[in-house]
Write a protein that binds this ligand. Structure first.
Ligand SMILES: [Fe+2]
Ligand SMILES: [Fe+2]
Length: 287
């Protein structure tokens, strides 16, 4: 594939200091706490993505033909750094609401373990590429099915959609770097299995913990909402299974599923919600 894609760093124009309702997602406890759990993972998790891409990029040979990939990596870092900052403010509000972010420590422990075991840079990059795929699948779902965010408090709806747009835009950056550095198919699959398992366990544990602190863990309505969220008409399980398994294909590339129009549509109809900080750099999808 030989395509290019504009990639920008944007500042989101929302004021999280004013707070938001406890059940900001249509008054539904389960899905609110699920998205809150994801937000809790981002400041530490996305810093790890930045670090792994930065470390792996040091191995790029100093050749001019990687200049567009290098520029894209800079913008990837810019986007993820902005996400971290915004989700830190979001998480500060969650703390005020009485929730406890455990996920950040679980991730920090894993990073430290990786350091102690001298996990190679290319393997850490494979983990990042795996998480980026998972994030891109959730981002596609958020943008494609307005039902997912229907009834959400407008500021948080904007925040999640903006994050989904940028995850879509940069979904191939870690993957392209991995491929350019000669990462193998077997290693990519092995770390994908690890990342999916880790994501599922952590997301489950943190969501349950949030529901506990929210005092709704044992309410039947919580679990009715959970069943609908995962297995309903636009259930997460049905909508994500295909794209998640798609990563297992030997010739997989994130842009085989070209969903740029979803991101472009949101950006065009919400231009008052963000300011462009930096852009445009070409995304080298053929690297
Ligand atoms: Fe992000
Ligand atoms: Fe990302």
């Amino acid at each position: 594939m030989n395509t290019s894609n504009p990639l920008m760093v944007r500042k989101l124009l929302v004021d999280l200091s004013q707070g938001f309702p406890r059940h900001w997602l249509a008054g539904k406890a389960f899905r609110t706490q699920f998205f809150n759990a994801l937000s809790m993972s981002f400041p530490v998790g996305e810093q790890d993505f930045i670090d792994s891409v930065r470390e792996a990029a040091l191995s790029l040979p100093a050749e001019a033909d990687h200049s567009s990939l290098r520029a894209t990596i800079q913008d990837f870092i810019g986007q993820e750094a902005t996400h971290r900052r915004v989700h830190s403010l979001y998480n500060a509000e969650l703390e005020k609401q009485g929730l406890v972010n455990h996920w950040q420590y679980w991730t920090a422990d894993q990073i430290e373990l990786g350091r102690q075991r001298n996990i190679p840079a290319l393997s850490k990059l494979a983990v990042t590429a795996a998480f980026e795929h998972c994030t891109a699948v959730l981002a596609d779902l958020t943008l494609r099915y307005p039902e997912v965010m229907a009834g959400a408090e407008p500021m948080l709806q904007t925040l999640w959609n903006w994050h989904a747009v940028e995850e879509t835009e940069h979904k191939a950056v870690a993957f392209d770097l991995y491929r350019t550095l000669g990462g193998s198919y077997k290693t990519r699959l092995r770390w994908y299995g690890y990342a999916m398992l880790r994501f599922t366990v952590m997301a489950t544990k943190q969501t349950i913990n949030n529901l506990w602190h929210d005092r709704v863990l044992f309410k039947p309505s919580t679990w009715i909402d959970a069943a609908r969220f995962f297995f309903g008409r636009h259930g997460l399980v049905w909508l994500t299974a295909g794209p998640l398994f798609g990563y297992l294909k030997r010739d997989f590339h994130p842009w085989q599923h070209d969903n740029r129009e979803l991101a472009e549509q949101w950006l065009a109809s919400n231009s008052e919600q963000y300011a462009i900080v930096r852009g445009l750099a070409p995304v080298d999808l053929a690297a």
